[in-house]
Write a protein that binds this ligand. Structure first.
Ligand SMILES: Nc1ncnc2c1ncn2[C@@H]1O[C@H](COP(=O)(O)OP(=O)(O)OP(=O)(O)O)[C@@H](O)[C@H]1O
Length: 837
């Protein structure tokens, strides 16, 4: 009888009608799920579930299911051959039912149609009752089709095609409208997912009538589908109504759903969507576009009303707020007057662009009340008669909006930090504000007062848009934020002080908080940071050493360093240890902070010519540090440029990590490990000593003493003169071998690579420091007092006296022995001590 009744082919179904709606729902649901793909192919943006359901249902009730195949571009999915076993059974059921409805003139075509629904299509395949889907069609199974049926088929095919096309067009149109009018884009959200239609099983008469009406509708559609160009959707409906009125004599005149008499004005959707409405009132789905259009129009109207209500509520809240606040002197009150006056002026003309100056002002959202109030001036037109309505409108419309925006924003910001925001606003506006200029010049005007110049401009019809004014600080009040539904951006503006307010990482050493400022340097297992004591703001160096907390020798080593530093803490040439803490494998040492180390200084001077005074001065500084250490009975063992830092211009020694206190009456100590920095290591620190052959228990040991430090000092002086340490030309292991090998002689060129002459005293001093035999090496005092570090500067008088005395001595002594000359030289030499620099 109808497409619904086909569902009666479900095995075991007691009656057609009882199965009708569940079967239909199952089909619709499956279609709704699967149609998401189809929407992508159709072109319009993805529809909501409801949209999909519309499309699905439309296709679902189409008289000929293969239209479904045609509507889906992926035809392969629906063109699978029918399942042979299922066909006779379903076909038989349909035949049986069709024969029982002899009144139905379209029994033939329908039975044909239903005989085609045996596809294995996965998309619209069987329901949970293993029911064959009515929407599948296999065009390659024409055996059951008679010629009249083919004719019907052809007609209805074109008919369905046109209906589908119409539906697509409708969807495209809606989606394009939706794109253009985003403010109603929420309508699908308002609709929500497609709701299930309420079951009609409780009203069998309605179902029956609905079936009949569907049949009538389909009859009419078929009869009309042969009309050429039947693609216009409205035409179809017109034809449908005409044909229904004229050619449905069997239709029950008492039927409640007389579609010709649908009064669209009386339609009340309630919480139903169009599809549900159709279902509830048994209106044919061909009415869906009209009903949907009506539904969306109403939705649109509702949206507009809601927006309007919100706007009015916001204005009311604003007004209430202003009247409740004590704003007698506040600029906000002037805004109220302004708004009232604006509202009293009729807005007859559409807004018109008057000048670029007036419209191209992006700062209008922040525009001042001065600029707003100017819009109220009844400026005469150019002919001097009356202000043009359009100009008034232009001047009124924008300030109204700007006033709300600027005041609300200002209020919101003032609740966060009135002072900082005020200054920020002021800074923003200073550039353009004539008021600020005047303020800077000492001219004070109350806020929002019109200047004479502005009046003059206004009276001549010139739409001068003055820069925004800045309210005086004393006039700004902290007020409660507006309780409106509109969201006001309350994000505090970034102030210039933000970067300073951001806390830097801190670290605690024995409860004292230090703020990390920068990395000063790093060593083998340490990092040294410049830190600030948060309590007293003094700057220190914080050395953080990681070590194996379970390695006793490491722990002992660091404890030794701490002890040595404590021992030397009174020495001005040793960097001062302020505090320290050992904590789970990490040692923190807080020291006085140096500006930069000697290696940094040498690196900066690399490539420059020899500056003997520079070398002498830094050598002297370095040796003074070493002297302090040696005089304290300590061997540093790791002297290198990086371990001397300038603290306020004074070179100080750091890093006593491998330093050792030398026992009294001893010159050297013996190490069981070979450590140091190869470039500056003395040969004795590299060559194992006391190795006893045949005694495996005896380990290698390295003799380290004060002379080793002198060797290192000689290397540093050498580097300052020649640009690199003595064995710096060797790489890696070769360097160590060269240092250890006495055959590898250190060369002392008389000139540097730049051609600068190296003083002989400098060469002599280097040779004295880099003596292979530690016992022959100069001590730190000798180097310090040597001719290079402490040269003698004789005067002209000294030479004259020396000559005079020599001549006098020779006149009295005819003969003079060599011994006597040596003695005299020694005497003179000692006298020269007074001339040492
Ligand atoms: N008190 C300080 N003031 C300024 N800079 C310092 C200070 N202490 C150390 N430094 C910097 O940190 C660097 C490394 O420090 P230090 O030599 O103490 O670490 P280390 O781990 O013992 O290094 P290495 O293993 O090379 O001997 C130094 O070369 C120096 O540049």
């Amino acid at each position: 009888m109808s497409s619904y009744t086909v569902r009666s082919s479900v095995p075991g179904a007691p009656s057609n009608r009882r199965l009708e709606f569940p079967a239909r729902r199952t089909s619709v649901q499956s279609l709704a799920r699967d149609d998401s793909d189809d929407e992508n192919m159709l072109g319009p943006p993805k529809l909501s579930n409801f949209g999909s359901a519309l499309l699905s249902d439309k296709e679902n009730v189409e008289p000929y299911p293969y239209s479904r195949n045609q509507s889906v571009s992926n035809a392969k999915r629906y063109s699978q051959p029918p399942r042979a076993a299922a066909r006779p059974e379903t076909f038989g059921a349909v035949r049986e039912f069709s024969s029982s409805n002899t009144n139905n003139s379209v029994a033939g075509p329908y039975s044909t149609f239903h005989s085609e629904e045996h596809s294995d299509s996965t998309m619209f395949a069987t329901s949970k009752h293993n029911q064959q889907s009515m929407t599948t069609f296999n065009p390659e199974t024409p055996s059951e089709q008679g010629k009249p049926e083919d004719m019907y088929l052809e007609k209805s095919r074109s008919r369905v095609k046109s209906m589908q096309q119409t539906l697509r067009d409708e969807l495209s149109l809606r989606s394009s409208k939706r794109r253009n009018r985003r403010f109603v884009s929420s309508r699908f959200n308002l609709l929500g997912p497609a709701k299930r239609a309420s079951s009609n099983t409780g009203t069998p008469n309605h179902s029956e009538l609905a079936d009949e009406s569907n049949v009538s509708q389909q009859e009419a559609n078929f009869s009309h589908s042969s009309s050429a160009g039947a693609t216009a959707h409205q035409n179809e409906y017109n034809v449908f109504y005409e044909s229904q009125n004229s050619s449905s004599p069997q239709k029950d005149s008492a039927a409640p759903t007389d579609h010709t008499s649908i009064n669209y004005d009386n339609i009340e959707f309630g919480d139903l969507n169009p599809y549900q409405y159709l279902k509830k009132h048994n209106i044919p789905t061909t009415e869906l576009p009209n009903i949907s259009r009506l539904y969306f129009e109403r939705q649109k109207g509702e949206n507009r009303k809601t927006a309007l209500r919100k706007n009015i509520a916001a204005k009311d809240a604003f007004q209430t707020r202003l009247t409740s606040a004590s704003l007698s002197n506040s600029p906000l009150l002037k805004h109220v007057d302004l708004i009232k006056r604006e509202q009293s002026i009729p807005k007859r003309q559409p807004r018109r662009k008057i000048s670029d100056h007036a419209t191209n002002n992006d700062s209008k959202a922040w525009s001042s009340p001065v600029s707003s109030s100017k819009g109220l001036k009844t400026a005469p037109s150019r002919d001097g008669t009356s202000p043009r309505a359009s100009e008034m409108y232009e001047n009124i419309e924008r300030p109204e909006r700007d006033t709300f925006g600027s005041i609300r924003r200002r209020e919101a910001l003032s609740n966060i930090n009135i002072n900082s925001n005020y200054h920020q606003l002021q800074n923003k506006r200073t550039k353009y504000s004539t008021e600020n200029l005047e303020e800077a010049r000492g001219i004070h005007r109350p806020p929002f007062e019109h200047s004479v110049q502005e009046e003059r401009f206004a009276n001549h019809g010139f739409k001068h848009r003055s820069p925004p004014a800045v309210p005086e600080r004393k006039h700004v009040e902290i007020v409660e934020p507006l309780k409106t539904t509109e969201s006001i951006p309350l994000k505090p503006p970034a102030t210039s002080g933000d970067s300073y307010n951001r806390r830097k990482p801190t670290i605690y050493v024995n409860g004292t908080e230090y703020e990390k400022l920068e990395l000063l340097g790093r060593g083998g297992s340490s990092k040294v940071y410049k830190v600030k004591n948060v309590a007293n703001n003094k700057v220190y160096a914080l050395k953080r050493v990681s070590f194996d907390e379970f390695d006793d020798s490491s722990i002992e080593g660091f404890k030794g360093e701490i002890e040595l530093l404590k021992k030397l803490e009174t020495k001005p040439r040793v960097v001062k240890l302020i505090d320290h803490e050992m904590d789970h494998g990490v040692l923190y040492e807080v020291m006085e902070c140096g500006d930069h180390d000697l290696s940094h200084t040498l690196a900066l001077r690399s490539g420059m010519g020899l500056d003997v005074e520079f070398v002498r001065f830094h050598s002297q500084e370095m040796l003074k540090c070493v002297k302090v250490v040696h005089d304290s009975g300590i061997v540093h063992s790791d002297l290198k440029p990086a371990n001397f830092v300038f603290v306020k211009g004074i070179l100080k020694i750091i890093d006593f990590g491998i330093a050792n206190a030398v026992p009294e009456h001893t010159v050297n100590i013996y190490r069981e490990t070979q450590i140091g920095t190869p470039n500056y290591m003395a040969p004795e620190a590299l060559v194992a000593m006391n190795y006893t052959q045949g005694q495996p228990a005896e380990q290698n040991r390295w003799k380290v003493g004060k002379p080793s430090d002198i060797w290192s000092c000689g290397c540093i002086i050498y580097q300052m003169i020649y640009g690199r340490p003595p064995y710096g030309g060797f790489q890696g292991q070769n360097r160590l071998l060269a240092i250890m090998n006495p055959e590898v002689k250190i060369v002392y060129p008389e000139k540097t690579s730049n051609g600068d002459v190296v003083p002989k005293t400098a060469i002599d001093t280097m040779k004295a420091c880099l003596e292979r035999n530690p016992e022959k090496r100069w001590s730190v005092d000798e180097v310090l007092n040597g001719p290079f570090v402490k040269p003698i500067a004789v005067t002209h008088f000294f030479i004259r006296d020396l000559i005079k005395n020599s001549v006098k001595y020779g006149a009295n002594q005819r003969e003079i022995s060599n011994e006597k000359i040596e003695e005299l030289a020694e005497d003179v030499w000692h006298r020269l001590a007074d001339f040492r620099l």
